[in-house]
Design a protein around this ligand. Sequence first.
Ligand code: ZN
Length: 244
Amino acid sequence: MTTQALFREDAYLTRCEATIAAIGDEGILLDRTVFYPLGGGQAGDAGALVLSDGTRIDIADTRKAKFEDATPDDALHVPAPGQDAVLERLAAGESVLAEIDWARRYRHMRLHTASHLMCAVLPYPVDGCSITVDYARLDFATVEPIEREFVETRLASLVDGGHRVGTEWITDDEMAARPELVRTMSVKPPMGLGRVRLLRIEGVDLQPCGGTHVRNTAEIGALRVAKLEKKSARTRRLVLELAS
Ligand SMILES: [Zn+2]
């Protein structure tokens, strides 16, 4: 089976009704979900699954399923520790309300969209990327020095510009024919579903991405460069934080 990944069409969905498809040692598989699984540098969602009798199962993380025959969209909802009694009486076929920790996810969305702006500010290949609730960390493959003030000024101008953020789809074949669209060396385009999602920030950036983003750069708000360091002779690491 394939989990229907509702966050892909609408990143602002905070909850959905779903049915438990399977329960394993590593997590709970649903037929549809609003939980984003760790991938493309973006952290997995946390939240809760609420059973029909009101019992809450706290979800600490979401991961892509690794079992045989798993599709790229199959997501395992990983329960927080200490809930064995509830999990033991859980059965496939049961209905749940799947609800993400929206405050946490919205920070992921703002920081993730900010990392796309970073790609527009600095024209270097990205060879590492991590987006968490607290920061976006990007490693740029370059020997050029990077100036904090330049980065912060350019980012502020792109945020204030209120650029629209939207998605477009191309086929796997079209993606393979346009390798120049790929900015992140360490993250492969989300291929294997027959089509690839492109994220366009109007007038700013276009690249394949399967993550969750805000609708307009203005939603990102103020950013600051928390860290800027030489990670290696050929890599500069930059850590961005939300200033509010
Ligand atoms: Zn993205």
